[in-house]
Structure formats: C-alpha cells, structure tokens
Design a protein around this ligand. Sequence first.
Ligand code: NAD
Ligand code: TYD
Length: 349
Amino acid sequence: MKKLLVTGGAGFIGSHVVRRLVTRYPEYSIVNLDKLTYAGNLENLRDIENRPNYSFLRGDILEVNFLRDLFQREDYDAVIHLAAESHVDRSLENPSEFALTNVVGTLNLLHVAKEAWKGNTDKRFYHISTDEVYGSLGAEGYFSESSPMDPRSPYSASKAGSDHFVSAFYHSFGLPTLISRCSNNYGPNHFPEKLIPLMIHNILKGRPLPVYGKGENVRDWLYVEDHAAAIDVILHKGKPGEVYNIGGNNEWKNIDLVKLLCQIMDRKLGQPGGASERLITFVKDRPGHDLRYAIDSSRLQRELGWSPTVDFPTGLEKTVDWYLQNKEWLDHVTSGAYRDYYDRMYSHR
Ligand code: NAD
Ligand code: TYD
C-alpha cells in the first residue's frame, strides 16, 4: 500500500487511526479528509501535522463531484472510512442529518471508489461501523458477526444502512470491501457529549452528572488505541467481503462506571471522597435506550491475531490524566456551535 485516504480523521477515533498510520508507516502517504464539523478538530493531530507523509484536506463526503475529482486526481490504494455523525442523542433530534452523512455519504464514497478502481481487487474500501447495528442484548449473550442487524436508534439505523450498501458493493460490483464493528471507545480527544468525557468535563465544572434512567444500561468499553490497532490489522490482513467484530471484553453498567470515574477524579483533584459522586443526577431515560451491548471478538483474535492491550483501570487513568492536562482542548471544543447544543440539552433536564 502507498496512498491511503482516511475520512473523518480529525474526529475522535479517526485522529488516533491517522496518528498510528502516519507514525508506523513512514513510507505511506496518509490523506485525512474531514469536513471539520463540531466533532472534528485539527488540534487532535497537532503533534503529527508536519510529518511529510501526512496531509489534510477539508471536504464533505456529501459532495460527490468533489469526491469524484479527488479520486480521478489521486490513485488511492485504500479508503478507511470513519466520517460520520456519531452521537445517538443528536440522532434523536435530527435523524435526517444522520441518514445523509452516514448513508448517502458512504454511498458517494463507494460510488467514486468503484468508478476509479475499475475492478482492481488489490484496493481496499474499509468501512468503520459499530456494534450498535446489532441492536440491544438482554442480560446474556454476545453479538457475533452473524448476529442479525436490528438497529434501534436513528444513529444505528443509519450505520446499518451504510453497512448494507458496503456489502451490496462487494456482492454486486466486486468492490474489495472490509467492515468492522466496534464496541464503545474511550480515551483522549473524545468529544464531551459522550458519557465518559462528559462526566469528566462536568466534574471539572462542578455541574450535575446526568445518568439516564437508573444507570442500569451496559456498555463494553475499549481503549481507542486498541481500536486503532485493530483497524491497522484488519486493513492489512482482513479478507475482502468480511466483517470483523472488535470489543473490549469489558462490560460496565453506566452507574458503576460513573462512580469509578468519580473516585478517580476525586483522587486526581485532591478532593474528599464522595465529592464528585454527589453530582450524580438521575435524569429522564433516553428514548429507546439500548439495554446492553457486548461483543464477541474471538474471530478477529483467532484469525488476525489482535487482542486488546489496555486494561480498563489503566485506560481510564490515562484518559483522565489527558483531560486534566488538556483543559484548553476542552474549552475550545465546548465553545461555539457546541455551546448552544450543550445549553439546550441541559435546559430540559
Ligand atoms: P466523531 O464524531 O468524533 O468524528 C467524526 C468525524 O467525521 C469528525 O471529524 C467530523 O468532522 C467528520 N465528518 C462528519 N461529517 C462529515 C462529512 N459530511 N464529510 C467529511 N467528514 C465528516 O466520531 P468517532 O467517535 O471518532 O467515530 C468515528 C467512526 O467510528 C464513526 O463512523 C462511528 O460510527 C464509528 N464508531 C464509533 C464508536 C465510538 O465509540 N465512538 C464505536 C464504534 C464505531
Ligand atoms: P454514549 O457515550 O452516548 O454512547 P452510546 O449511546 O453510543 O453507547 O452513552 C453511553 C451510555 O451512557 C449509554 O447507555 C447512554 C448513557 N449516558 C448517560 O447515562 N448520560 C449521558 O449524559 C450520556 C451522554 C450517556
């Protein structure tokens, strides 16, 4: 491989993927294509932005003519597609935006890659999906690659839609595609609208910690660099047409996770025990709130030799340390357009 196009590389996971590829593969040329929505931030990549094998291109995957020109000008060997609208709560407010970016945007990329690659099977179109396409589990069981898709939120419906199109391009046109579906990520550069960074942010500001419903919902958390490592392995060793699940084997009830985070924050901030926990506020549940996600990633472990390396206590400490050392980043991303959304979300809780 020589030339890689990463979409959504200025976002949370994308920035870790870009950093890993730029650092590990100096002989590759890595192009980061990102619209820089509220969730995209070039500060995430400041440390590598001057590397000779990295370049940034601002652009929108909804602009198909722009994409077509790009693919005619440059001969990409692979696309790693992460650009998306990614937050479930926002998808409840504006489902159409999710259908556009996640479904139509993905279809645009598939289309131009198919046109430009003309049946070349050495290329790779790698679509980054989510375990949320499988729907919601009860207390038992795990999602495997053969679990039926059963999306419940507009976000997961839009990701499932994009997965179906990727699969259709493999079967109908022979486009060499890969799909991976990962569980919840956490780590540095995570936008403070998602559970873990929102709680860290609110503790720092002395604001309420909104726990939806009774906090009984379960998520399987994976450190973001482990996800980036899995993407690296799947890109290089994955079999076209296949789906790979990625998970942390690390299930937590939301309320237990928030309490653990409160303890870590109290210790790091030199506060008396219980100071952060007092901020926990149970709020109205998210509509259609999926009860539990848990991933069986044994296929990826067995066939491609990946496994998670960062245990949860270590990953959470690293994450908290990063936010404490990067308060300026938090200030930057919570000002401007995001500010309005944040205020609105809080006004009715
Ligand atoms: P994010 O919201 O942090 O980043 C998304 C990026 O996409 C941003 O940089 C944004 O500017 C860019 N983008 C959005 N619309 C665009 C457009 N029209 N054109 C070009 N760029 C656009 O998301 P994330 O958490 O880093 O997730 C990345 C991918 O991984 C998504 O596809 C998501 O569905 C998937 N995923 C996320 C998780 C998770 O826990 N966060 C888990 C599994 C899978
Ligand atoms: P989130 O980080 O939004 O990821 P996802 O919904 O994609 O899993 O939420 C993780 C869990 O935390 C989910 O069960 C919803 C819950 N949650 C809260 O209880 N309070 C919050 O303020 C947020 C953002 C999430």
